[in-house]
Design a protein around this ligand. Sequence first.
Ligand SMILES: [Zn+2]
Length: 346
Amino acid sequence: MTRLLAELSGPAVASRLTAGSIVVLPTGAIEHHGPHLPLVTDALIAEEVATAAVASAAATGLDVWQLPTLVYTKSDEHHWAPGTMWLGTEALLATLVDLGRSIAATPARTLVFLNGHGGNTALLQVANRELRRRFGLRTFSMAAGVQHAGRGVDGEPDESGLGIHAGYSETSVVLHLRPDLVDLSLAERNVPEHLAAPGRIGFNGAPVSFGWLSDDFGPSGVIGDPTGSTADAGRRFFDDGVASAVESLREIAAFSFTAPAATGSASGSPASGRPASGGPASGRPASGGPAPDGRASGGPAGAGAAGVEPGSADVDESLTGTGKGTGVGMGTDSDSERATASEVRS
Ligand SMILES: [Zn+2]
């Protein structure tokens, strides 16, 4: 059975998805990755990790569905390089809001961004709250999980913890997935070693972050060391990323904003792989839940008109189209502020 949402018909989405369904949106990038990797690197990795993780999670009983990959995203750090195709901050946030609205028009109430491009991370976190407040969706974002800095042992290059772009791990993963798209003869080391010195300013997770463009570190577009990359290492990184994503999906399925009722089994046990009854915070009934074959029991096809509840509306339409203005990233967590579903049906 397909797990690609876009391969279903509209009525099938209405009948097969439930409030317990998880929708995964892979987010990639089309951006410069040095002379040795294709522009599609991040989109390829996000899509392949998502495809494998969704299939694996579905095989263990999770009701998870994959959307087509969003390939044009926030690649402004590579704006200077021909071939980079990027959306501005406002355009991307508006796109994510519109997609969230569309997902809220299905029975599903959980959206997961599976992200292959670090430049998207901050904005996805903003979108998580925006979609929570405006549409009542449960929203999550997570990395594709294939990044590993080369350690300088076992044939790995030493990236001094700075292999963040087109370096050892990304190059290895593309060698695993699409070796025909990699030209290792053009791979060059470009590690800004001086940033590895003990200090407070750094890339990911450092106490002090900073604004940067990829050509701040030279003209190659690489930040890391792709030399020594291998398909074998790439397969390990890829498999790690998939396994991590499956675990994350399992935990997301069991996630609840409120403490589970103190009956029986361990609190929030992710091992069940099923959402707690009553699950998603929207409170929308699961309409009897799907039969094992995925079909809704009873109701006529199209019943519920793709999950749009009567009289519901996006209460914050003034933000649509710009994504800027009040409240972005500062919304409260108050459930009272959110709409119960989408205003849109198509
Ligand atoms: Zn990349």
